[in-house]
Design a protein around this ligand. Structure first.
Ligand SMILES: Cc1cc2nc3c(=O)[nH]c(=O)nc-3n(C[C@H](O)[C@H](O)[C@H](O)COP(=O)(O)OP(=O)(O)OC[C@H]3O[C@@H](n4cnc5c(N)ncnc54)[C@H](O)[C@@H]3O)c2cc1C
Length: 416
């Protein structure tokens, strides 16, 4: 059994979007001690977003998009160990790896991400039923798509709809089952969700709302998906996207507080000294509402990573970045700034029939979020406006000549 020690050593568990960002930002912030990234996946650290988009549209296997260039880690003296952490002793500041190696740390960062929620129905483990989280999942799907003709997607969330659009673009017959009454219901206003229902339907996707999956069975050479309404759909390939669960088992076993994510304070410190959590696995206080939240997005992972690097290198302060997100569903780009709530008042900006518009969401008269469809300029402006406590009325938003871009410019030029 080997043992590694180092002065001022930052050990990062997980080499995904958040973990790699911590390492990168530590060097930018001037950290001169050792940095180790534990990578438990059999691939160089890569970006997940293309896996449900461009990667699936190609006829042959595309190369995964790496998070950093090939020389990055050696140039920045960052050690990437192809190993998983199996135990953490926070009192002794030691982590055990898969091969029994024990690594000492000064600061520890959990960047363990999330794992797909399992499909809770009979037949979920049949061959031809796929989840999508890793490069390995995407490679399997890519191959399955090349011979499939009928696809059933379970769950009309972002991943399910991105996949559905990619499969449809390849000419496949696509049916999406969603037990809720709207797609993307957890994250999107009803107005935007309804627009996407129409758009996907026009593009030839069969969207079955208020209809969940009851069971999947083998049928001949393919699969038969039985829905909660008693209907059934034949498929060569089933993709499920029914949400994720934060990977917290290791943290919990180490005695950290866990509650739908590893619990951190406003500076992203866990309940144990010297230990942080970032990205999909972290449950943190929302900067505007203070409510505990967990966000699954590239923005959240990278901004968390930058913040923790600053904390480790001696700065203090609360994490306060405005959340934003994007999804590509076929040719349609959806971008969201802020987090909406079902009670928010939606105000449509522009003409949805043109395929280019935004929806401003007002909470008690304050701009809480903006959803933009094929309107990048609105989104960029919204990222500057949301979270600033800006009061607006529907009449102001709908006034002739109003634009989020102009408002953002005016707000920035006002004296603080
Ligand atoms: C298919 C797909 C498409 C997406 N598209 C978008 C998009 O369009 N826009 C957007 O904003 N977000 C998108 N996301 C979400 C985004 O990719 C995630 O929010 C982001 O990757 C989270 O980064 P992370 O580092 O927290 O977690 P991850 O990227 O999941 O990285 C965590 C890493 O930790 C590793 N790990 C876990 N436990 C251990 C251990 N014990 N030891 C060592 N390593 C461990 C995991 O294997 C993994 O490699 C998408 C996600 C998926 C899956």
């Amino acid at each position: 059994m080997e043992s590694r020690t180092a002065a001022d050593h930052v050990l990062i568990i997980g080499a995904g979007q958040a973990g790699v960002q911590v390492a990168d930002s530590l060097r930018t912030a001037g950290h001169t001690g050792a940095i180790t990234l534990l990578n438990d996946e059999d691939a160089v650290p890569y970006q997940r977003p293309p896996l449900s988009k461009d990667y699936l549209c190609a006829d042959s296997l595309a190369a995964p998009l790496p998070l950093r260039g090939p020389e990055f880690f050696t140039q920045h003296d960052i050690t990437v160990l192809p190993s998983a952490a199996t135990a953490v002793d926070t009192a002794a500041r030691k982590v055990t790896l898969t091969d029994g190696t024990i690594v000492e740390y000064t600061h520890l960062v959990f960047a363990t991400g999330a794992a797909n929620r399992a499909l809770p129905c009979p037949g979920a483990d049949l061959e031809g039923v796929h989840g999508l989280r890793t490069l390995w999942d995407a490679e399997n799907l890519q191959q399955a798509l090349s011979t499939a003709q009928r696809v059933v997607v379970i769950g009309a969330g972002f991943i399910g709809l991105e996949f559905a659009a990619a499969a449809r673009a390849r000419g496949l017959q696509v049916t999406v089952l969603e037990f809720a009454s709207r797609p993307m219901g957890r994250a999107l206003s009803a107005t935007a969700a309804d627009w996407f229902t129409t758009k996907h339907t026009q593009d030839g996707i069969t969207l079955r709302l208020n209809e969940g999956v009851a069971a999947i069975r083998s049928a001949g050479l393919g699969l038969r998906v039985q829905s909660t309404t008693g209907a059934h759909y034949d498929a060569d390939l089933v993709l499920y996207g029914v949400g994720v669960l934060p990977r917290t088992a290791l943290a919990q076993a180490a005695g950290l507080r866990v509650d739908n994510g590893i619990v951190v304070d406003s500076s992203l410190r866990t309940t144990v000294d010297g230990v942080f959590a970032v990205g999909d696995c972290a449950s943190f206080p929302h900067p505007n509402t203070g409510a505990r939240t967990r966000i699954e997005s590239v923005q959240n992972a990278t901004d968390h990573g930058r913040h923790v690097a600053r904390m480790i290198t001696g700065e203090s302060g609360s994490y306060s970045e405005t959340p934003w997100f994007w999804s590509m569903q076929g040719p349609t780009r959806l971008q969201i700034a802020g987090i909406s709530s079902p009670a928010d008042e939606p105000v449509v900006l522009g003409n949805p029939d043109s395929g280019k518009f935004s929806i401003a969401l007002l909470r008690d008269g304050v701009l809480s979020a903006v959803e933009s469809v094929n309107s990048a300029a609105d989104h960029i402006a919204a990222r500057r406006l949301v979270g600033q406590g800006i009061k607006l009325t529907p009449q102001e938003l709908c006034a002739p000549g109003f634009s989020l871009k102009a408002l953002a410019k005016a707000e920035v030029s006002l004296p603080a």
